[in-house]
Ligand binder design. Sequence first.
Ligand SMILES: Nc1ncnc2c1ncn2[C@@H]1O[C@H](COP(=O)(O)OP(=O)(O)OP(=O)(O)O)[C@@H](O)[C@H]1O
Length: 309
Amino acid sequence: MISVQNLSKYFDQFKAVDDLTFDIGPGDIVGFLGPNGAGKSTTMKMLTGFLAPSSGNIEINGQNVAEHSKAIQQQIGYLPEGAPAYGDMTVYQFLHFIADIRKLRGKEKQARVAAVTDRLELHSVLNRPVENLSKGFKRRVGLAQAIIHDPAILILDEPTDGLDPNQKHQVRELIQGLSEDKTVIISTHILEEVAAVCNRVMIIAKGALQFDDTPGALQQRSRFYQSVSLTLSYAADISGLAELDGVADMEVDRKTGRVTLFPESGQPILPQVTEHIQLRRLPVEDLHVEQGRLDDVFREITTQQEVRG
Ligand SMILES: Nc1ncnc2c1ncn2[C@@H]1O[C@H](COP(=O)(O)OP(=O)(O)OP(=O)(O)O)[C@@H](O)[C@H]1O
């Protein structure tokens, strides 16, 4: 559906996007991750046809974005970073204005404005100027304008940035609902967002693609994946845990006393660990298996690139 080949963007001599190649298909909910300045917004602006690439090619449903930007913008909904422009308009005026730009007319226009007002629950703020709304409502208005023409593809640039935890949760739920019948690309630096909403993760650093797989595969790259973490109620000889088959390493947190056992190559070690605990009657207070720490992997992937670059 979206096919990107050797996409690059220079700002003068500076290479903001460096030779990206990827395909995104129907049903993909892509978390587009990267540190500040990685090139996420620049890539999204090129996908939506708002910014011309320096080189490379983008096709959406077989049509070249540069040649068919009008037709392609009909198929895409775009939420830019930050708040909607035209803040002095009321929400009602703003949605009608966007509907006009999208060439919606008459009954269809009324129906679409009503549909997005319902979907984003904007009834209570329809007559308020956009600039006076809370950040959460501004973001909902942004999402409403992005879906007013019922596009098949949604491109959302940091949709939950700057929101409080409750608003973040609401916006994530909305995105999950919208993703049921759309292809969605979300840029973010919030890793929990990716795990919560996406079925695919793409990580870019310094404009180049560093990782492209599922959130689960990203977790599996963590050294904590399948590690066993435990605490003891009183001091005991735990040296035998480090000697167990399949255990590559043991670390003890000096502050909390928590013991972490790292497996060799992501293999489960829980059975041999629990057997050893029972055999030696170790005073284990709590024990759990870790699923991997996304922030660790993210740092490793994006800083490796810095060392290389
Ligand atoms: N119009 C422009 N002119 C010059 N440099 C630009 C322009 N737009 C972006 N850049 C630079 O290109 C790089 C990538 O910017 P971009 O906004 O795409 O990053 P990002 O991954 O979206 O970052 P953030 O997470 O901070 O939003 C940055 O170094 C930025 O300063």
